[in-house]
Design a protein around this ligand. Structure first.
Ligand SMILES: [Zn+2]
Length: 523
């Protein structure tokens, strides 16, 4: 067990937790957003950060150490006094500068001692942030150096300062996983997944997801994970659903400098905005024209304030979604904001087994909102559990609606896409209380058909009949051969038409109900 971090509740792989930061004397609720404070450019006075909801912030100890005057002031007064911030302060080590400029003039031991001496609450060793797409040899060599930095860090007397154990490995999932395992084996405290900024900047959210998912496989469930450099609020829900607990935002200030206005659906140029889709104090007081009319410094500061407000608002929304159990519905909504985020969401669902292991068993109502919903962990779990549900021998009807042509069954189960079959007694149990659209989609039908296949495989002694509402050929092709298949729309059309069976004649062929087709009239 890691003393500093305690998990409260989970949704998918997302979780609400508490990070105890002993040196600051505070407990930070996660997921948490850490505004990045540039010690030389204070777009927003750090003393004001609690107004926005910040309990923790991050600044760069390397810049402080390398800046004459600032270094002495930090050592003399301590970081909290220097920044005027009472919450927890995380310090970066210069690794970012190392990645940008190729070299830094400090070792892990030196920077950790400096961080301890200026009163940092969470320090960072000098890890090697390997960019994406490098060759494997370089990624492995860099990873070896990062692992050396972690073992150096473990040997420094840091008092009760927590220490980051960064997880690198570039775009190699197996290296990310190995790095996660090595980091978790140390007694360091917080686990930043590093060097994802270039992926974020290139909108490669699917690659970010794969890197984080791999790191998480190596880390233990009780490791607090920081997605280093993920500052855009439109990405928070996706990252939180993967199990990221800490985010940092330099974006709020950097974007403001270029007159860019953050929203949960993307970034807008202030010049393009006629209306402001936000009710934070800045937007409520100014409006788009009012913001544009401000002088440069004031406008930058106000935009940074809005950017922070919208970021913290999204964090609160995510925490409420985890609490309510509808985080994946929020991810789904955010994924519709940009095609690259949809790729990210689809990549998240590639890791459904990983999500399923962390997910809690019962939540609010499952909303089926798209083809992606059919790949959610709740669907996978239902399919995995079908083999445990008792099924009578004899004839069992699986039906999307009523009872079809001939009611001679020993048992009748409901079928609801995307889940597939379940006994009526489970209708009030999560996730089978799901809200699903009446106009279902192919992915949901195919998932339901896979559920039928699981049930059939687990019960070879039972004769199944599936009554469906016009499933596609592709879905029906997933139903095992031994299952008698009947289209309810055919049956219902037959009922309405009396004994004519006109509609059913057209559809028998392509619905594969020929074996039972001539029994679809009432006696
Ligand atoms: Zn606003």
């Amino acid at each position: 067990m890691r003393d500093a971090f305690e998990l409260r509740t989970a949704d998918a792989a997302g979780r609400i937790g508490e990070l105890t930061v002993p040196r600051a004397g505070v407990t930070v609720e996660t997921p948490a957003l850490m505004p990045v404070v540039n010690p030389n450019i204070r777009t927003i006075d750090p003393a004001r950060l609690p107004e926005f909801g910040a309990e923790i912030c991050i600044t760069n100890s390397y810049i402080i150490r390398e800046t004459d005057g600032l270094r002495e002031e930090a050592l003399d007064r301590g970081l909290h006094d220097l920044l005027g911030f009472d919450g927890a302060i995380v310090t970066d080590s210069g690794s970012f500068q190392l990645a940008e400029y190729g070299d830094v003039d400090v070792t892990t031991r030196e920077i950790l001692r400096f961080q301890r001496d200026v009163g940092s609450d969470v320090g960072t060793p000098v890890d090697i942030p390997t960019p994406p797409d490098v060759d494997r040899e370089r990624a492995e060599a860099d990873l070896d150096r990062t692992e050396t930095a972690l073992s150096d860090a473990a040997g420094v007397d840091v008092g009760d300062m927590l220490v980051n154990a960064p997880v690198q490995g570039s775009t190699f999932p197996d290296l990310r996983e190995r790095a996660g395992r090595a980091a978790a084996a140390t007694d360091l405290d917080v686990f930043p997944v590093g060097a994802v900024v270039p992926l974020m900047n290139a909108y490669r959210y699917a690659d970010v997801v794969d890197a984080v998912a791999a790191a998480k496989r190596g880390l233990d469930a009780d490791c607090p994970v920081h997605l280093f450099g993920a500052g855009h609020p439109m990405t928070f829900a996706l990252a939180a659903a993967l199990g990221c607990d800490l985010f940092d935002s330099a974006a709020y200030a950097i974007y403001a400098r270029d007159d860019r206005y953050l929203t949960v659906r993307g970034t807008e140029a202030l010049d393009d905005l006629e209306y402001l889709p936000c009710s934070c104090p800045v937007c409520a007081d100014h409006g788009a024209d009012g913001l544009r009319a401000l002088g440069d410094d004031e406008r930058e500061r106000r935009l940074a304030e809005h950017n922070l407000h919208v970021s913290f608002e999204e964090l609160r929304r995510i925490k409420q979604a985890i609490r309510a159990g509808d985080l994946l519905e929020l991810v789904e909504a955010r994924a519709r904001g940009h095609p690259a985020l949809l790729d990210g969401y689809r990549a998240l669902l590639d890791h459904v087994d990983q999500l399923e292991r962390a997910d809690r068993a019962s939540k609010g109502t499952f909303f089926h909102l798209s083809g992606e919903s059919a790949r959610r962990p709740e669907v996978r779990r239902h399919h995995d559990r079908l083999d445990r549900l008792p099924v009578p021998d004899g004839d069992v009807l699986l039906t999307e609606g009523g009872v079809p042509s001939d009611d001679r069954y020993d048992a009748t189960w409901r079928v609801v896409p995307p889940f597939g079959p379940f006994p009526r007694a489970l209708s009030e149990s999560y996730p089978l209380t799901a809200e699903v659209p009446e106009r279902t989609d192919r992915a949901a039908e195919e998932a339901a058909a896979r559920g039928v296949a699981s049930l059939v495989a687990a019960n070879p002694g039972t004769a199944f009949t599936l009554a469906h509402r016009g499933w596609t050929e592709r879905a029906l092709a997933l139903v095992p051969d031994g299952v008698a298949v009947e289209s309810l729309s055919t049956v219902e059309a037959g009922d309405r038409d009396g004994d004519q069976g006109v509609a059913s004649d057209d559809r028998d062929g392509d619905q594969g109900v020929a074996s039972r087709g001539d029994t679809d009239t009432d006696p």
